[in-house]
Design a protein around this ligand. Structure first.
Ligand code: MN
Length: 411
């Protein structure tokens, strides 16, 4: 096998055969959006490959779609069959002639939002983030609200403004009222922030009136993406009592282009942190095996400079608890639902996932290598969130990146 062979991807490549994340791409030559699977620095035209190798009709049909929703709808047994097929195409000598020409260099593709987002929910699952923000938003009060350790707090966000990595983010305008000001004013947010999060992509429907128990979570979580919950802190602080986040967050939520299958993260599973408050039975995961904590190492960068390294393993609530809580009232799931973890912040000061924590509410700006300082984001700033997770035999699984650049507010 020559070094130029598209199959010459080492097993320890972050996008090697142990990962095989799904996305949607187009090329200049073939502008029709279609499902791609990343392999090394190339993207497999998955539908064309399924056809070329004579895969079963089910696999051809699911991979020939212009987005991931039919695959999400097909459910866990189909996800297993499709992943097994992809693994075989990438590894078996007999498929090389058919599959090789369908591996497109990453540099030649444009990546799109990989699925149509049905409903979007954002949780608040980091104890460290909730406590840090509680101290800033409610000084003098208990950092955690009385409900925090009894249920994973969340809110419904805006599915229609979930955008793929690389989409520009226009600075939002809104009402804001700083402490000491007599009345609110309207204008561009002066405290634009990021939230480094993990997004969970839901597949397989559930019936309205039914619940998804923690033990069934893996039947409904297809995979994960990286997510940036852009947040206008001044708008948020003025509007959020008593009903929670609204316009301070709904202007844009960015996701990474690659959805890493939950199956690729089996070596990242870890026990969640010890909890000091007894949980109601539907959230008590002491007997759930394997555990649903995830040891994912995240990195938050501003203009190429690493600001922090949030550890997902420190999250108090797991995805299984979030999904069980999301459906405990009988709310149904739809393929394409997206729920996010909330800002990932660990116990250390250099492990927090938002500027508001890093700069203590804007009071201690961070200095960048170019000598400029930031309390919050400036126009032109580019934010990147990247992550890796343990795979088999010391391999690191790449989750890729979610990037976004701030454009000035529009008059
Ligand atoms: Mn958030």
């Amino acid at each position: 096998m020559s070094a130029e062979s598209p199959f010459a991807v080492p097993d320890d490549d972050p996008f090697g055969v142990h990962n095989l994340p799904y996305g949607v791409f187009r090329t200049a030559a073939q502008p029709r959006p279609r499902i791609g699977v990343r392999f090394g620095d190339r993207v497999l035209d998955a539908g064309a490959a399924a056809w070329a190798v004579g895969a079963p009709a089910e696999v051809v049909e699911l991979l020939a779609a212009p987005l991931l929703n039919p695959l999400l709808a097909a459910g866990r047994p189909a996800w297993t069959r499709v992943r097994a097929a992809l693994t075989e195409w990438m590894t078996a000598e007999e498929h090389r002639a058919a599959v090789g020409p369908l591996l497109v260099p990453l540099a030649e593709v444009a990546l799109e939002l990989p699925f149509e987002v049905a409903d979007y929910v954002d949780f608040y699952a980091s104890e460290h983030h909730a406590a840090n923000v509680g101290r800033i938003f409610r000084p003098g009060a208990e950092p955690l609200t009385p409900n925090w350790k009894h249920l994973p707090i969340g809110y419904h966000g805006r599915a229609g403004t979930v955008v793929v990595s690389g989409s520009p983010v226009v600075r939002p305008c809104g009402q804001r009222k700083a402490a000491g000001e007599a009345a609110p004013s309207y204008g561009p947010s002066l405290r634009l922030d990021v939230e480094a999060e993990l997004g969970f992509v839901v597949g397989g429907a559930s019936e309205r009136g039914s619940r998804v128990a923690m033990a069934a979570a893996d039947d409904h979580v297809f995979g994960v993406c990286l997510l940036n919950d852009w947040s206008a802190r001044d708008v948020q602080a003025w509007e959020y009592v008593p009903l929670g986040p609204f316009l301070g967050k709904s202007f844009a939520t960015s996701v990474s282009p690659w959805v890493v299958p939950l199956d690729a993260l089996s070596h990242a599973r870890t026990a969640p942190p010890a909890r000091d408050t007894p949980l109601l039975p539907y959230l008590d995961d002491s007997d759930v095996r394997p555990p649903c904590g995830l040891d994912i190492a995240m990195e938050l960068r501003l203009n190429g400079h690493t600001l922090s390294r949030p550890p997902f393993a420190a999250m108090y609530w797991t995805y299984a608890q979030m999904l069980a809580h999301l459906t405990v009232n009988g709310a149904s799931l739809r393929p394409g639902d997206l729920f996010a973890s909330g800002t990932v912040s660990g116990p250390e000061p250099d492990g927090v996932g938002a500027l508001i924590e890093l700069t203590r509410g804007g009071e201690r700006p961070v200095e960048l290598p170019d000598g400029t300082r930031r309390a919050f984001l400036a126009d032109g700033d580019e934010v990147v969130i990247a992550a890796t997770a343990p795979g088999p035999a010391g391999v690191r699984i790449g989750l890729g990146e979610v990037a976004g650049r701030i454009e000035p507010a529009r008059p």
